[in-house]
Each structure stands twice: as C-alpha cells, then as structure tokens.
Design a binder for this molecule. Structure first.
Ligand code: MD3
Ligand code: FE
Length: 219
C-alpha cells in the first residue's frame, strides 16, 4: 500500500468512493478524506495545541455555538468589530500555525477532482461542533475573489448540512455529511447560502465532536 499522499485521486475512487454533483459548481466527494482521516485529525490536534478552539463573538455580541481556530497565512475571525481575515491569532498574538502538508494536498487534490485545477488555499478555518452546536444560514463572502472554490472536509460525528439557494429566503435542502466526506463549492455555487443544523450527540465511536475544515483562497 502506497502512503496516501502518493496516491492519485482516481485511485481513491476505485476504493469505492463516489463523486456526486449537488448543483452546478458543487461536488460531494463521499469518503474522499477517509484514508487520511487519522493523519488529518492528528494534525488538527497539534494545531489546536498552539491556537486552541474558541467560541468567537459575533458583531452582535453573542458567542457562536461552534468553536473555531485556523491554520495557514490568514485566519477567519469575528469579534465586536466585524468579520475579517487576520494573519494573527487574536488570542495568542502570534501568526496562525502553518497549514500542514496533509491538509494542503488533500484540499488541492479534491479541488482538482471536482474540476478546479491549481487551487492554492492560504487559509483553513477549522470548526468544532459539539451536541447543540449549529451554524445558521450564511454566505462566505469575506474572501477577496470568488473565482477560487471552497473545499470542506467533514470529520467525526455526522451532521445535517443545510444547502440553500442564491437568496436567504430559499428553503434549504438537507444533506447528511459523514466522517471523511469532502465537498467542493465553486463557480455558480460559490455564493450559495448554507449552514449546519443543530448537532445531535450519538455516543458513537466517532467521538464527541464534529470537525469541519474549510479551505479558502482568502488572499
Ligand atoms: C457552500 N462551514 O465554515 S462546510 C463555514 O460544516 C461553513 O462547518 C460548514 O459554512 C461546516 O463557513 C459548512 C460546507 C461549505 C463551506 C463553504 C461554502 C459549503 C459552502 C461556501 C459556499 C457555498
Ligand atoms: Fe460557510
């Protein structure tokens, strides 16, 4: 068996993984990250030892139910002054931890498989959900250009992803996302409204949290 990083993306699909278009520009790669999940989680914990998960405060003053941290040259943050990408962790005053090669290669290969060649993420927002956590419907629009896709990797407990339309008023579809699933959002899907329904505990061997990594070209 070759180490995962030397495999071609096509080999991963021959292990029974499936690609499913969700809408034009958006592709669900079921189980794409599964062979590397343990390595991704080890790197996630190493990053969180330096820049811990924390519940950031929205501009309205309420702490989010999702705990977040970042790696890469820019990190997404929110506080009373608003949302922004920041080169430093406001909690430590230091630059965010470097994006590990395990993260970068997975994101680039997933984008490539979904039809977005030469994706160069400079930011990875890491979300940690506990039972009761939710993420309300929103667009990701703090990035400098919307030509680059966003790659999302789900790890741990399953969650129900809310996949809306081009306006907030469209009723979202519900898609279950499992450990190892990867979704790539670009092109006409890039500004789709989306969120995550309240996480339910399961007492399963998947652990007590759901993690989601979102890779962005924030520039
Ligand atoms: C569709 N995270 O961090 S990932 C976020 O599961 C975020 O933690 C969710 O939304 C999570 O901003 C959803 C799937 C996702 C991410 C970015 C998108 C879907 C997207 C950007 C545009 C359209
Ligand atoms: Fe989002």
């Amino acid at each position: 068996m070759m180490p995962p990083d030397t495999m071609f993306p096509a080999d991963l699909f021959e292990e029974g993984r499936r690609a499913m278009p969700l809408q034009p520009g958006a592709m669900l790669l079921g189980g794409f990250a599964s062979p590397r999940a343990d390595a991704l989680l080890a790197d996630l914990h190493r990053i969180a030892d330096v820049s811990p998960f924390r519940k950031m405060v929205t501009p309205g003053g309420w702490p989010m139910s999702v705990a977040m941290t970042n790696c890469g040259s820019l990190g997404w943050v929110t506080d009373r002054t608003g949302y922004r990408y920041d080169p430093r962790d406001p909690q430590t005053g230091d630059p965010w931890p470097e994006m590990p090669e395990t993260f970068r290669s997975l994101a680039e290969q997933a984008a490539d498989v979904a039809g977005y060649a030469r994706f160069e993420p400079d930011s990875c927002l890491m979300n940690r959900y506990e039972p009761g956590s939710r993420l309300s419907l929103h667009q990701d629009r703090n990035e400098r250009d919307f030509d680059a896709p966003i790659v999302s990797v789900s790890l741990g407990l399953p969650a129900t992803f809310l996949w809306g339309g081009a306006t907030r008023s469209e009723k979202p579809m519900r898609v279950r996302l499992y450990h190892g699933d990867v979704v790539v959002w670009g092109g006409p899907a890039r500004l789709t409204f989306h969120g995550v329904d309240t996480l339910r505990g399961s007492g399963s061997p998947a652990g007590e949290f759901r993690y989601n990594l979102t890779f962005r070209a924030a520039r």
